[in-house]
Structures are given as C-alpha cells and as structure tokens.
Design a protein. Structure first.
Length: 125
C-alpha cells in the first residue's frame, strides 16, 4: 500500500496536469509531446505549456531526437520524469485520484473525459 505524502507543487495542478502526469507514470519509456497529448487525451496546445512548466520545475528532462526524422516530419522532443518528478507525480496522483496508473507495455491508458463531458454527450444522442 502506498503512503500518501503531501507534495508542495511549484505550480497549480489542474486536471490536465494530472492527466499528463498519469501518462508519464503509465509509460515505460520516454514520450514525445504528441504521444503525451494522445495518452492524456488532450490537445497539443494545452500539453506543451504543461510540459514546459514541469520541465522548468525540474520534474521532467527533455532532449531532441538525434536521428533524422522521416521525410515531412519535424524532429521530436522526448520527455521523461526525473527521479524527483517521478516521486512528486506519484504522490500527487495518488493524493488527487486515489490510485496510481499501471504501467503500460505498448498502448497508453485510455483518456478520461473531463468532468463527465463524454457521458453528457453520449446521453444527448
């Protein structure tokens, strides 16, 4: 059983930030920005500012891919949790969501709709 320890965050933890942290906690390898957006179920426009805040706080490390990308595709920037970031992410996700995501071998976890919006949309149909 995990012990919940309150972590003081250097920034506001939104539901989108929690989704990003869960994407990293469930990944077995570093992720590029688009993969984070896909795993978190959020648009890239909201993901990149979160990634920048997490990196500035020292929770993420990043690097540009060194191989030449495929024709017509820009280089990717890869992100991974730092040891401190991993501990903080686990504590915050556990505190806010009550459980930690299970690491995935290949496919990322299914994104959760914010505030039940998908359930309301399905009910309308």
């Amino acid at each position: 059983m995990y012990r919940v320890r309150r972590v003081k965050s250097p920034f506001r933890i939104t539901s989108a930030t929690l989704d990003v942290l869960e994407a990293f906690l469930s990944a077995r390898e570093e992720l590029h920005g688009f993969a984070v957006a896909k795993a978190a179920g959020k648009p890239t426009g909201s993901i990149y500012p979160i990634l920048a805040r997490l990196e500035q706080a020292g929770w993420l490390d990043s690097h540009w891919e060194t191989e030449h990308p495929e024709e017509g595709r820009p280089r990717r920037r890869f992100y991974a949790l730092t040891p401190h970031g991993g501990q903080a992410a686990r504590a915050i996700v556990l505190e806010r969501r009550g459980e930690l995501p299970t690491p995935q071998t290949s496919a990322p976890h299914r994104p959760r709709p914010a505030f039940g919006s998908l359930a309301r949309w399905r009910a309308a149909w």
